[in-house]
Design a protein around this ligand. Structure first.
Ligand code: ATP
Ligand code: MG
Length: 567
């Protein structure tokens, strides 16, 4: 551990360490970058961020924080056709919401287009880059394979003057898309395909969302990225594993351009989640083909979807910390994410009553017109949350599945002749089942209550086994409740190609269930986005998009029962 780092380590000793931090510790010890640690999060603005990006955000911003360093937000906007201002705005909102701050360091790769062009001229002058007229197909053909070396392009030995002239004319718009490219001159026999004269610039007569029609040549990621990192003074450029084979090119670009103290690319395994797809391309398809209600559909693994669903930034950061950072790809059980939100909300949010699938119960011996306001604790596990009043009256609703006319042996809820406790209220006993004459469907129960059994009265003469939640019919508020399940049926989506989302196969047809429910009146007083536990039903939040006027919509964040098994 370097001396300059000891203090940070002490201040942030609760933060977990990982192999990337070991590399940084060593750099600090050896003074590779002085005492600087500077990272960046470099999204391509071609879609909304997802939970995989959250892992990268937590890692990059978290690492900077741990070492009292800095982290930049940089839009990697080198591909004009797929990018959009909507995505740029959503990305900023999501990073902020997760609790991170780039301060005044928000950059765009497009800020560097002029510099990147100048650096390309420098490479040409050094004889390290050339303009190639092969078609994209020919370039692929000449590249060779893992077992065969590539073939040199017939344009490889153009003079510096000719290259400078052609590259300038590429920029000036003289040639159509695909006619020419600028390539690095490295080694067509390299065992690493990325080093076989990779393309640095392509022609694309496309309007860029920031630079407009100023450019018709655009730099490739492998060229723009290392230079952008170097310009910003990044020390550790953290990316996902698929870029491991690109690292020699990253290093080559910076070495040939003579950047002193170049940044270091470090790769980690991307997050994969069970029952989830994580590629922006596939997520976009789900949105565009209408399988979901937009990028922020509460079933989506996007940050905006998770936010609308009711997830908290704390739970997502906790999840990212628990999964850790490694070199080996492993698929994480989505149950762990669900575990994290339960843990976060358990003590924070009030526990309220809502009847999702209502069955009417008339308490025949309760005085008509009488209302009692019963005192109910907001969270039994957190007494600091205090009490509220819940109205009780003659007609209430209970859950349909809390009643069975012909119950099996161990059914302790309500059934004919059986007595149960209404949570925080009285014991009731079912006396009569009222059915629809035509359909035979149960439409109402007639029960009696025992006034002695009032909650808090100290009544101990009889015990009952079941406790049901309920709402007073006269006071309850109608609400739409949306229950969500995983978007995909198969646990493992990793091996799937485009077909999955594409024809709807594999999509879970029951990923959304909409219920007409009744909730206790206090729930109507909360703002959209508020979260609760609904007793016995799970954690819910008021939907921020569809709640308006009289319409009250709740999203189920997660059920109470966990399928998560700690290892
Ligand atoms: P996708 O494959 O979902 O389109 P991407 O890698 O093309 O993602 P970028 O916008 O380029 O998306 O990603 C920005 C940063 O987030 C990159 O550093 C990338 O490595 C990281 N990232 C993307 N997906 C994941 C993931 N599943 N797990 C961890 N990090 C990720
Ligand atoms: Mg990418």
């Amino acid at each position: 551990m370097g001396n300059n780092n000891v203090e940070n380590e002490i201040n942030n000793s609760s933060l977990p360490t990982n192999f990337i931090h070991n590399i940084i510790d060593k750099d600090l010890e050896e003074g590779t970058y002085g005492n600087r640690v500077h990272t960046r999060f470099p999204p391509e603005p071609n879609g909304y961020l997802h939970i995989g990006h959250a892992k990268s955000i937590c890692l990059n911003f978290g690492t900077a924080k741990k070492y009292n360093g800095l982290c930049n937000l940089r839009f990697d906007d080198t591909n004009p056709v797929k990018e959009d201002i909507e995505y740029i705005e959503s990305i900023q909102r999501d990073v902020k919401w997760l609790g991170f701050d780039w301060e005044d360091r928000m950059y765009y790769a497009s800020d560097y287009f002029e510099k990147l062009y100048d650096y390309a001229i420098e490479l040409i002058k050094k004889g390290k880059a050339y303009v190639c007229d092969l078609s994209p197909d020919e370039i692929r053909e000449y590249r060779g394979t893992l077992t065969e070396p590539g073939k040199e392009s017939p344009y490889r030995n153009r003079s510096v003057e000719e290259n400078l002239d052609l590259f300038k004319r590429m920029r000036d718009g003289e040639f159509p898309d695909g006619a020419r490219v600028l390539r690095a001159k490295i080694d067509m026999a390299s065992p690493n395909l990325n080093m076989r004269d990779p393309v640095l610039y392509r022609i694309s007569h496309a309007t860029h969302h920031r630079t407009g029609d100023q450019w018709c040549i655009y730099p490739m990621y492998d060229y723009a990225h290392p230079i952008s990192d170097a310009i910003e003074g990044i020390t550790h450029s953290i990316c996902t594993l698929e870029f491991e084979d690109h690292r020699p090119l990253y290093d080559w670009v910076l070495k040939e351009l003579g950047f002193p103290n170049p940044p270091k690319q470090i790769e980690f395994a991307r997050l994969e989640l069970t029952n989830t797809v994580m590629s922006k391309r596939k997520l976009r398809k789900l949105v565009e083909e209408g399988y979901v209600d937009g990028w922020d559909d509460p079933r989506m693994p996007t940050i905006s979807g998770l936010r609308r669903r009711g997830y908290t930034p704390e739970a997502i950061r906790d999840f990212c910390e628990r999964i850790g950072v490694a070199k080996r790809i492993s698929t994480v059980d989505i149950a762990l994410l669900e575990h994290c939100i339960r843990e976060d909300l358990k003590l924070k949010e009030p526990r309220m009553m809502a009847v999702l699938r209502p069955l009417k119960v008339v308490i025949t011996n309760y005085p008509e017109g009488q209302v009692e306001y019963l005192e109910v604790e907001n969270n039994q596990e957190n007494p600091e949350m205090g009490y509220r009043k819940v109205p009780f009256s003659r007609v209430i609703y209970i859950e349909q599945d809390d009643f069975m006319e012909n119950p099996p042996k161990k059914f302790f809820r309500l059934s004919p002749g059986n007595e149960v406790r209404l949570k925080n209220a009285y014991f009731i006993k079912c006396q009569e089942v009222i059915k629809d004459e035509k359909t035979g469907e149960i439409i109402e129960l007639h029960c009696t209550y025992d006034p002695q059994t009032k909650s808090g009265s100290g009544f101990t003469e009889r015990k009952v086994k079941g406790t049901l939640h309920w709402v007073s019919a006269a006071h309850a508020v109608k609400a739409e409740v949306r229950l969500y399940d995983h978007l995909f049926l198969e646990e493992d989506q990793a091996g799937e190609v485009d077909s999955i989302a594409m024809d709807g196969m594999n999509l879970n047809p029951k990923s959304l269930e909409i219920l007409e429910s009744y909730v206790e009146p206090a729930l109507a007083e909360f703002k959209p986005g508020s979260r609760f536990q609904f007793v016995r039903q799970g954690y819910f939040c008021i939907d921020t998009k569809d709640t308006a006027g009289d319409k009250l919509v709740f999203n189920r964040i997660v059920s109470l029962k966990s399928s998560y098994k700690p290892e």
